[in-house]
Design a protein around this ligand. Structure first.
Ligand code: ADP
Length: 172
């Protein structure tokens, strides 16, 4: 099955890793939304020069959360992780960001999974304290980005291919 394409009709919605069209899936998790940190997290990616190409607010279904965290299904915290993502006490903000090395740099900007090990200047290092409430998610590889973007975003129309007038001032 061929991937969903958009705009130029050749670019898959999950982007092209290793190019300026690299894309990653970043989410503000329910604790980040509840704590009013959505704008702060978006601002950090915008100011860095990355381009927002997908954005949605949703309470994920249990199926979506289980699929998203499928690699962790054998972990003891899996059930509570899925419950916390899906209980509707706050939604999740799902985003697709585009730009050079955005998969790796997105992870660097998020900081270590355990906020107590995350460096100052990172989102987790600056804004949270507990591994079970670490406010954000970022794809950890090109394969994860492909899987997660395709999972959270339906295809043409949900991701917008647009040209930023800043681009030549950010990337050369
Ligand atoms: P990351 O989110 O940095 O990619 P993982 O994929 O290892 O990290 O874990 C996914 C999420 O599962 C973490 O962000 C965190 O919310 C939760 N998690 C990971 N380890 C634990 C743990 N030991 N206890 C509770 N929750 C955890």
């Amino acid at each position: 099955q061929s991937p969903a394409l958009y705009a130029d009709n050749t670019t898959p919605i999950y982007g092209v890793p290793g190019t300026a069209k690299e894309r990653t899936f970043i989410a503000v998790k329910p604790d980040g939304v509840q704590r009013g940190l959505v704008a702060e997290i978006i601002a950090r990616f915008e100011r860095r020069g990355y381009k927002l190409v997908g954005l949605k607010l949703l309470v994920p279904s249990v199926g979506l959360a289980k699929e998203h965290y499928a690699d962790l299904s054998s972990k003891p915290f899996f059930k509570s992780l899925v419950e916390y993502m899906t209980n509707g006490k706050a939604p999740v903000v799902g985003m697709v960001w585009e730009g050079p090395s955005v998969i790796k740099q997105g992870r660097v900007m998020l900081g270590a999974t355990d906020p107590k090990a995350a460096g100052p200047g990172t989102i987790r290092g600056d804004l949270c304290l507990s591994i079970g409430r670490n406010i954000c998610h970022g794809s950890d590889s090109a394969e994860s980005a492909m899987k997660e973007i395709s999972l959270w975003f339906g295809g043409r129309g949900e991701i917008v291919d647009w040209t930023s007038n800043n681009e030549e001032w950010v990337v050369s």
